[in-house]
Design a protein around this ligand. Structure first.
Ligand code: C5P
Length: 219
């Protein structure tokens, strides 16, 4: 079974307030992108990686992969205006014989073997996609402006993370058919069966300078 990973790293990361795209903001000694790239490269489950780099940052991304000795990096493509577009562009570099595609956000540096194993396993049991998620601890309300219109039933809600795993054919068909930010929701909308498995609090998504500081303390 050939497993390809797409590393979505093309976001601008405006909320970090840095002078460069989020993937190239420092986490310790190296750009943020390095941590997830090294971890995917070292995973025994992943055969090859395609990176969706921030447009104009393809060459620094290739150099970073070389510096890390990340031999599984098969291509670095320029990402698009949205995450879904970046994934679509990267998917074009995944060969037709790939069986499984794992999609991961470079903004979540601490992807590990255990969660990769958890999202891959159900694909051989009839599921089309698998997402890691955490229970929500806060009460979630739907609002319109500053008015609460609904309080949602917390027990039926989860907060979804990446890496997310998909049967390659299902992901291709869903992406070709729809528009949306999240690959799993495209697969759901296309009639795919998506399973939830336990996520990991360490899969924190770096969004703000405080997140970056917390992530750096985990290195
Ligand atoms: O912006 P946000 O942090 O939600 O993005 C999640 C992930 O998607 C990040 O790793 C980011 O680099 C990636 N992304 C992308 N292309 C975009 C926007 C976001 O690859 N146009």
């Amino acid at each position: 079974m050939s497993v390809w990973a797409i590393l979505a790293a093309a976001g601008s990361g405006e909320r970090l307030g840095a002078d460069r795209p989020k993937a190239f903001v420092r986490l310790g000694e190296l750009p943020l992108l390095a941590e997830s790239l090294r971890r995917l490269d070292e995973s025994e489950w992943i055969d090859a990686v395609v990176v969706a780099a921030p447009p104009g940052w393809e060459e620094p991304s290739v150099l970073l992969a070389e510096e890390l000795g990340a031999g599984t990096v098969s291509a670095v493509v320029a990402g698009g205006a949205t995450r879904a577009e970046s994934v679509r562009l990267a998917l074009a570099d995944v060969p037709a014989d790939a069986v499984v595609v794992l999609v991961h956000d470079a903004a979540r540096p601490f992807v590990d073997e255990a969660v990769i194993e958890r999202v891959l396993a159900p694909l051989s049991e009839g599921w089309d996609g698998v997402v890691p998620a955490l229970p929500v601890s806060d009460t979630i309300k739907r609002v319109e402006g500053d008015r609460v219109v609904e309080t949602l039933e917390r027990d039926s809600l989860v907060a979804v993370q990446t890496p997310q795993a998909f049967l390659a054919d299902v992901l291709r068909a869903a992406i070709a058919a729809g528009e949306g930010s999240d690959c799993a929701s495209l697969v759901e909308a296309h009639g795919g069966r998506v399973r939830v498995v336990p996520g990991d609090p360490r899969l924190l998504k770096v969004t703000t300078p405080e997140d970056l500081e917390l992530a750096a303390s985990w290195l």
